[in-house]
Design a protein around this ligand. Structure first.
Ligand SMILES: C[S@@+](CC[C@H](N)C(=O)[O-])C[C@H]1O[C@@H](n2cnc3c(N)ncnc32)[C@H](O)[C@@H]1O
Length: 275
């Protein structure tokens, strides 16, 4: 009986995210409150006993007005989609994982489920970085054998590219200008010979063209991935796009079909994210 009720709840929740239904319900005061998905306690927080839910607006992330126009608010991505992206990489045991704009550390938590050499989060906001550190300590306490998670409080453009095989991750954390600076930094690191190989996972790839135009990267994977049923109602949609590039340097043929397909993006302005 309980499982029938749970299934019914999930089906009803899915119906709220059918585009036409959502459009209509968002016009009705009170009812539109159901669409504040990131404010609800995410299942991953209940599973691990961590705090990655909620939204932090850019005014509360950094005092510098010119930087604020280039950054997205804090909202966590969907762990099921991050797991699918990470699983697409193959053997990553020699790789260091770095989430550029890690917020409260939801993605560094998910990455710690995989056998990376190390897991790093870089975050501009001191308060968010402190929460990510506390979450990392909770996970390390429960799972001492998982890779070590380190959180750095820094602007990603000032963060030195580690000299190791790398998996960078970004959940549309910043606008085109910052993304172009990151790609230029990656290109310089690859050209220096210090980087044997690099993947870049771009979740919600609003500025995919920055990678497509770089001679240092080639497409590896592109998919529109449906949320796991347990996560429906905790993010803005029912599915998200994940695109992965790998560096030309050290590249191997991708095993994934359709990596060269046109990337359908959500518009940053519609989602209130950095342009
Ligand atoms: C959309 S949230 C993503 C959080 C996390 N990666 C996830 O997927 O759950 C973007 C985060 O990037 C951070 N951020 C934006 N610009 C940044 C920058 N230049 N340097 C470091 N962090 C930045 C924001 O403070 C915010 O926490």
């Amino acid at each position: 009986m309980a499982s029938v009720r749970a299934r019914l709840r999930k089906t009803i929740r899915s119906m709220f995210y059918i585009s036409a239904v959502k459009k209509l319900l968002e016009t009705i005061p009170v009812i539109r409150n159901v669409y504040a998905p990131a404010q609800r306690t995410h299942p991953i927080d209940r599973i691990y006993g961590i705090d990655t839910s909620g939204v932090v607006q850019v005014e509360n992330i950094h005092p510098d007005q010119s930087l604020r126009s280039q950054i997205s608010p804090y909202v966590g991505s969907q762990p099921s989609i991050v797991r699918r992206g990470l699983s697409a990489l193959g053997d990553i045991r020699d790789y260091v994982f770095v989430d550029l704009g890690c917020g409260k550390g939801r993605v560094t938590t998910v990455a710690s489920e995989f056998p990376f050499r190390a897991v790093v989060g870089v975050e501009l906001s001191a308060a968010l970085a402190a929460t990510a550190r506390a979450n990392a300590a909770t996970i390390a306490g429960q799972f001492p054998d998982r890779p070590k998670v380190t959180i750095a409080e820094a602007n990603v453009v000032d963060f030195p590219v580690p000299e190791a095989k790398l998996v960078f991750f970004n959940y549309h954390a910043f606008g085109a200008e910052l993304m172009a600076k990151i790609v230029a930094k990656c290109e310089a690191a690859l050209a220096s010979g210090a980087q044997p190989h690099m993947f870049f996972i771009y979740y919600n790839p609003v500025h995919a063209e920055v990678f497509d135009q770089s001679p240092a990267f080639v497409r590896f994977y592109v998919e529109q991935i449906a949320y796991d049923k347990s996560e429906i109602g905790f993010g803005p949609d029912l599915s998200d796009v994940v695109a992965i590039w790998q560096s030309v340097c050290g590249s191997a043929p991708t095993p994934h079909h359709g990596a060269d397909r046109t990337i359908i993006r959500i518009h940053a302005s519609a989602a209130g994210l950095a342009q």
